[in-house]
Design a protein around this ligand. Sequence first.
Ligand code: AMP
Ligand code: GLY
Length: 429
Amino acid sequence: MRLLVVGAGGREHALCWALRRENPKADIYCAPGNPGTAELATNLPMAADDLDRLADAADMHGIDLTVVGPEVPLARGLADRLRAEGRVVFGPSAAAAQLEASKAFAKDVMAAAGIPTASSRTFRELEPALAYLARHPEPLVVKASGLAAGKGAVVCQARGEAADTLRQMLAEGRFGDAGRTVVIETFLRGEEVSVLAITDGSEVELLPVSQDHKRLLEGDAGPNTGGMGAYSPVSVASPELLERARGEVLLPALGEMRRRGTPFTGVLYAGLMVDEDGTPWVVEFNCRLGDPEAQVVLPLVSDGFTRSLWAVARGESPLPLEILPGAASVTTVLASRGYPDAPEQGAPIVIPPHLPDGVTIFHAGTARGSDGVLRVSGGRVLNVTAVASGFAEAQRRSRETADAIEYEGKIYRRDIGWREAARVAEVSR
Ligand code: AMP
Ligand code: GLY
């Protein structure tokens, strides 16, 4: 079997790792990949959104299945392009990827399907947005509608801050075109979880539920980022919650997309805020695996991942996944000083030669120079995933390995999983 993974980050390293584990003999390519994927696959030097070159590469290497990691190539129509050329692709069409690429579109789908989500209004002009804001209760959230690498949602404690954010997005071009349309929405309270569903457009097969840590700093302070770490499973994600997520969120969204003539296939990622009543309010939809959710969740899948992707990519129902019984997983993201705005680049990285049991290091923003030295070349640099038989042990191994990796400007959170840690402590008391 010949597989192509599109993308260059930690999620794509985890994808290559999961595919390699299930398919030791497959020819795996990664475009463009990174020094981590190079150890599992053949990296192809081309941008992840260069549709022409990716289509040529799929042709040249006779790729049987393409798995698209990031949202940008999906929103630009990579899956449509490859399918038009007769290839089997895991990932949604550009029309279906609008569920992530336009928050205004996603809100419209949710309203039509009766899915629980924060009440919101969409604006393209500053004056009406400011007028609406003047009557909006605090706190509130201002979001760039388009793709902004997880950084386009600004939680505002006060209307003044929201007004500044609206001006930056609508008048000053912060986030470029992505911020020319904004969504103003009510602040939701509760606990956030990431529910990732493999789907053929009608049926869903859920991956283990995870919890990301979007804020830059410990204690969930600082700006939103692409994600600073995650853990799985999450004890608040009870079977009842998953049943509600399936029945009130995932299936209605898929039904509405079919009704519109743009069925969604691939991974539908629902970012849910779970309130005290256990209602799953949708914070966002993504059209792909999360990053770092993939790095924390894929190591918990013991079998069936490739089979399920393959089935869905050919239009068949997703197949059940086998999950490691009783295992917990924690991923700590190591970033570079200045992330998310202007991360420092170029520092040499030293990874300890011996890693604790169950620890895997996924590369995200690294590059190997002609001198062979591994260096920082992105905002999020490495992801340390630890799988163990319980949460506390997984957390300890991930954190201690993160402590032991060295490079100038390393920043990371040592409190990944703090909510779960508090629950574990409560139970054992
Ligand atoms: P988004 O880009 O929509 O995923 O938002 C990024 C992050 O901002 C989310 O993961 C939440 O942590 C936070 N957020 C977004 N919308 C809301 C909301 N309506 N209420 C509370 N927090 C939110
Ligand atoms: N970790 C959040 C995302 O992938 O969008």
